[in-house]
Design a protein around this ligand. Sequence first.
Ligand code: C2E
Ligand code: CA
Ligand code: CA
Length: 650
Amino acid sequence: MLSERLFRIAIPGLCCLLILLFEVNTLYLGQAQFLLSQKLSFERAVISDVQHLDTGKLETRLVRYAANGGKKNEASVQRAYKAFLNAVATFRSSEAGNLALKTTATRNKLAKVLASVNELAAPVASLDTRTSASRALQVLEGISKSLEEIDTAVLKQASNQVKAAFNKLQQHQQYQTGLIFAVLASAISWVWSLHIRNDALNAEVRIHKQRAERFAIKLEHDSLTGLINRPVFIDRVGEALENLARGQTLSVLCVDLESSLPKSDKLDRSVEEAILTSTADILKHTIEPLTRQECVARSDGKNFLILSVSEDGMGLSSLEIANRIRDRFLRPVATAEGAYLITPAIGFADTRVPDHDPRDIVRNACLATAAAVIGERRDVVVFVPAMRHEIDRREVLEASFPRALETNEFLPHFQPQFDLKTGRVLGVEALARWYHAELGWISPSEFIPIAESNGDIVPLGWKILETACAEMRHLPSDLTLSINLSVAHIQSDDVVAMLDECLDRTGFPANRLKLEITETTLKSDLEKIGNTLEHIRALGIRLALDDFGAGYSSLSYLMDFPWDEIKIDRSLCARAVNDPKSRGVLGLILQMAGETGTNVLVEGIESVEQRDALVRLGCTSGQGYLFCGPMALDDIKTLFFPDRGQSGIA
Ligand code: C2E
Ligand code: CA
Ligand code: CA
């Protein structure tokens, strides 16, 4: 964190500050340089001024005159005096003169020089060799001495100014050097920290890249077996299809373990994983050597997919590969958890069936395997287009639902329920039937699961309820009507209101209506559903627990809710004849129901033995093919109530 701040703020900030200082100093350095050059030329001017004010020439002329006299020498002295006078005047306004005026000592000396120069005027004007010339030389000597002192002082001052300017320049040069080092040092440290950071970033990028690669592998591969997954497999099939040459056949094999393994909750998870891992190895080795296009994938759950490309007359055909796999599984599969004998279902589809969509080929292979599961497992099944029929049919049925609901293709058939002792018809169960305009009669075992998965079960259920309630007016008024209620119905918020409205509209009495609910319904949200059932019951409608004893029934469902009726599933009914345990269970249910005043109705009674056994156990009511299957209302009327009176079975 600290190093990050140093890197981001401190070092670049310091660099900027140092560069700014450097720039400012460069400015001052330039000024100092300029000042020094000014001072130097000033000094030169001062020296030149000082040199100009020279008493030597006048002194030489005076000495010559004093020695020789003569008019010529006199005139020469007077010219030299004039020139000296001019030089003194010029000196006063020169740089050196100005400097001399600045300090009191030199100012006084200059004043003295000026006075002495004026003093010279008289002797020079009236020269004679003895007195005035020597007097003039005496005064000139004084002037010369004073001028020397002034010159020395002035030159010293000029030289001091030059020295000060030079010092300033030197000082700025030192600053500049220091700053250059500081800027260089901080720039180097910044570059260094950049380098370090760059290294860290590179390492981070490497880690992220590795992570991304691992993630991509995870996305494309099954984590348990390391094989590619289904979406990647489908892509590979697509690529292989595009590159398929003449004379080559592409096949997709589907190997299903799901149906050959015990259900997951019974099989230890580690054993299951060990079997899947070993199977993946077996499949890879069985089809080795793999060509560039061939691959093995783990599809969802316990399914494996194999892509193979065979050439006419060369290598292994898909059937040969499938048979090899099948034969390999004749031996137990060795796993880390022990050896297991597994018989996978194997099916395949190939491009001899002209289907060139990769998804369809994979789907076809799985359909062939599904057929292998149903059939003789040891046979490898090859996909044939007829297998698609079932799926296509489901799609057709799904698409026809809305129209069928509108055009009343759905109608209830009724299966009578009897008093097993007297044979009297106690009531009827309404069971939905669908007469499809093109496909004819469709079984509920086919359309109910479709309706449940696409949500159409709710409108369908209301239609059957409404029609059945309305049609009941053609049957004796003491008969009950049982209606199947799906999970979706019970979970819908308006179920109670809808039931109430339906009874209102059709005028069917609530106490003659029985709603059948299966155990599986209760598994979804027991509290909410229990609440809804209370409200339904409050309307006066009776409730029946349907399919009891099918699969793993729980006795707790019997206790959790005060059912009006328990419908014993036909599987338990069938077992009750020969299996003493099932009889025991049935006896227990009858006893519990007897204690709570709940009616027990057995469904699926198909034989006289079954009926007699049930009667002996104390069952009083039932329904089943022994008496009558579900049929249209008119047939019920004709068969059981020809004169619309109460009737029973002969
Ligand atoms: P379920 O409610 O258990 O209905 C009893 C099923 O057993 C009916 O099948 C009936 O025809 C059949 N059956 C009756 N007696 C015998 C017999 O002696 N032996 C055999 N083997 N079967 C017998 P169906 O009509 O095919 O209905 C199947 C299932 O579809 C029903 O089972 C019910 O769960 C569902 N279903 C039917 N109509 C409706 C409906 O309107 N709404 C809802 N939600 N489900 C319905
Ligand atoms: Ca039922
Ligand atoms: Ca049932």
